[in-house]
Structure formats: structure tokens, C-alpha cells
Design a binder for this molecule. Structure first.
Ligand code: FE
Length: 340
């Protein structure tokens, strides 16, 4: 009788164990990043901590809107997005909460995180000038400012001003040179355009290969992705273009970030912090750098071989939050300059 009862108890305990969720806890991540790298990192994090990562993917603007509408009922613990401008928007709309972590303060340089601890950079990308190896001598290139030089008339390809990457680039010019000079700069670039701004960053490299433009502005990781694309025509295009890091003799090349923050109404704050610390660790930073042709934020982590082949460069160390703060001025300046 006792045996029978005992067996029943063991069996029911076993049943409970088997039907109980495998993961003691989970975090909900709203992310704009859509790379295979991120999936791999999430799996590694779960394996290490037992914390399951549930992903909600979307465009940045959609995710911000969703967080706003959901308010205190939002299940989001984490927001991941690209560009300092967008992180600043999330901060100013009250969608993030402040955290502090010794690990993050050690691993992430201070100009790459929000002074109030609302967001932290995970990776860096440089916005470089690319050029036709056939038609342009890189000695002709120097600074972003020099893109207004009349020698480039009808030769520049760059995407539209509603793109946040360009808004942040202009915000950096406003920070360094002032509003008036930046308006002149934007007008000067418009004067030199090879065509009306259109397409994404990759399309600007394609315009060079098609002979429409001689130089273009784009983020470095797109060159990496094209060079390793299954689409052979993209691969061929990258063979025709060179990478130039502007402003090496003064403030350095404009860089931007992809970044992360804890959602304002997160119910799993501690686990959310653990997640960010994991992504800033050497292991995770190495994977980011190798797989998506971005620059790690953690010092001492090597970039991929291809990224290294473009050479080292001096980067503009303007605090990232400045880019966000000057975003609306940049948008207005583009408008005034007629950069569509
Ligand atoms: Fe991008």
C-alpha cells in the first residue's frame, strides 16, 4: 500500500516536472535588428542563464509606437534599435528606464552610452565615403565638408534626408561646425548630386558601379554584407569600390551605433540587465564583430578580416546623445537645403 502511494507520488512529481515550462524566466525583446547573429547570441544567452529570449521584430518606428501605445501594460523588457537618433527619441518619449551596471560602464566607453543610463551601444558603424576605383583617385578625397567642392558636381550619390543615418551625420556636422555652416554644407551636397536622393545605402554603391555616380556615402557594414552576398552582382560591385574614411586629419570619421535599453515598464529588470551585460561581453562582442561587419564597442575585440582590410581609422568621439539631441535641427536643415 505504502509502495503504491509512494510510486503515485513520484509519478505525479515527475509529470509536473515534465509539463512545467523548461525556462524559469524569460525576457521580451523588441528589436529592429534582423540579423542571424542576433539569433545565435540569444540562444547562447539562454543556454548560459536559463533565461528564455522572446523576440518581437519590427521597424524602429513601429516598435516605438507600440511601446508608446502599450504604456505600462507593455510586456517589453528590452528595446534594441539602430542609430543614436532613434535611441534618443525613445528616451525623450519616456520609453526607457535608467539602469546602472559596473560591467556596462567598464565595457562601453562613456561617449557610447547615455549619460543617464537609458541606453548603451552594442556595436559601431562608420559612415564612410566610397568611391569608384576606376574614376576616382582617393587622394582627391578628404572630408565630409569637401563633398561640397565643385569638383564633385553631378558625381555624388546619397540617400534621402528622411533617413536617420544621414540625419545623424548632419547632426554631427551641426555639433562641430554650427547650424549655418551645416545648412551651407547640405545645400552644397545637393548641388553636387548625381541624381535625386533615393534607395538605401547599398543602392548608392550600385549607382557607382552603374556609372551614375563616382562617390557615395554609406555605412561600412553594408559593404561587408555585399562583399559576402550570395548575389554575385553585389559581390562584383564591392570589387569596384574603395572605402575612404573622411576627416582623418581633424575630428575623425562619423560613427553611429546600434544600441539597447531597458523598457520603462519592464517586469524583469534584473534579467534585462543580465542580457545587456551578456551582449557587451567579450564573447558576444566577438560574434557581433565577426558576423555583421560592425565594429565592437568593447576594446581589444578584433573586427572581421574584411573590416580590418579597410584599415584602422580615427573616429569622431562626439557623444552619441548629441546626435539624438540635434536630430530635429538636422531634419529642419535638410528641409531648408532642399535635400529631399
Ligand atoms: Fe542599416
Amino acid at each position: 500500500m505504502f509502495n503504491k502511494l509512494f510510486n503515485k507520488a513520484v509519478l505525479s512529481t515527475l509529470a509536473v516536472c515534465l509539463t512545467a515550462p523548461l525556462f524559469a524566466s524569460e525576457i521580451n525583446v523588441y528589436t529592429h535588428r534582423h540579423y542571424a547573429t542576433d539569433k545565435k547570441l540569444n540562444e547562447m544567452f539562454t543556454k548560459e542563464t536559463g533565461i528564455k529570449v522572446k523576440i518581437v521584430k519590427g521597424k524602429s518606428s513601429q516598435l516605438l509606437k507600440r511601446l508608446e501605445i502599450e504604456g505600462e501594460y507593455s510586456p517589453a523588457d528590452i528595446l534594441v534599435t539602430v542609430d543614436a537618433g532613434r535611441l534618443q527619441i525613445a528616451k525623450s518619449k519616456g520609453l526607457l528606464q535608467s539602469i546602472s551596471s559596473d560591467t556596462l560602464n567598464t565595457n562601453i566607453p562613456s561617449h557610447l552610452r547615455d549619460p543617464d543610463g537609458m541606453w548603451y551601444a552594442l556595436t559601431k558603424r562608420a559612415r564612410v565615403i566610397v568611391y569608384s576605383k576606376e574614376r576616382v583617385d582617393p587622394k582627391e578625397l578628404s572630408t565630409y565638408e569637401d563633398l561640397t567642392n565643385p569638383k564633385w558636381k553631378g558625381k555624388i550619390a546619397i540617400r534621402s534626408s528622411n533617413n536617420v543615418y544621414n540625419q545623424s551625420l548632419l547632426a554631427s556636422l551641426i555639433a562641430h561646425n554650427g547650424e549655418e555652416k551645416s545648412l551651407e554644407w547640405a545645400k552644397g551636397v545637393v548641388e553636387n548630386l548625381a541624381r535625386k536622393p533615393k534607395g538605401n545605402d547599398k543602392d548608392q554603391a550600385k549607382a557607382i558601379a552603374a556609372g551614375i555616380a563616382d562617390i557615395a556615402v554609406m555605412n561600412t557594414y553594408y559593404i561587408g554584407r555585399m562583399a559576402n552576398s550570395k548575389d554575385l552582382s553585389e559581390k562584383e560591385i564591392t570589387e569596384q569600390i574603395g572605402v575612404f574614411f573622411p576627416n582623418q586629419n581633424d575630428r575623425g570619421t562619423h560613427v553611429n551605433i546600434s544600441g539597447i535599453g531597458v523598457a520603462k515598464y519592464s517586469k524583469n529588470r534584473e534579467n534585462a540587465i543580465k542580457y545587456i551585460e551578456f551582449l557587451a561581453s567579450k564573447k558576444a562582442q566577438t560574434i557581433y564583430a565577426q558576423a555583421n561587419y560592425e565594429y565592437p564597442v568593447l576594446k581589444g575585440v578584433d573586427s572581421s578580416t574584411l573590416v580590418q582590410s579597410w584599415g584602422t581609422f580615427k573616429e569622431d568621439s562626439l557623444p552619441m546623445n548629441t546626435l539624438g539631441e540635434l536630430n530635429s535641427k538636422a531634419v529642419k536643415t535638410f528641409d531648408k537645403a532642399g535635400w529631399r
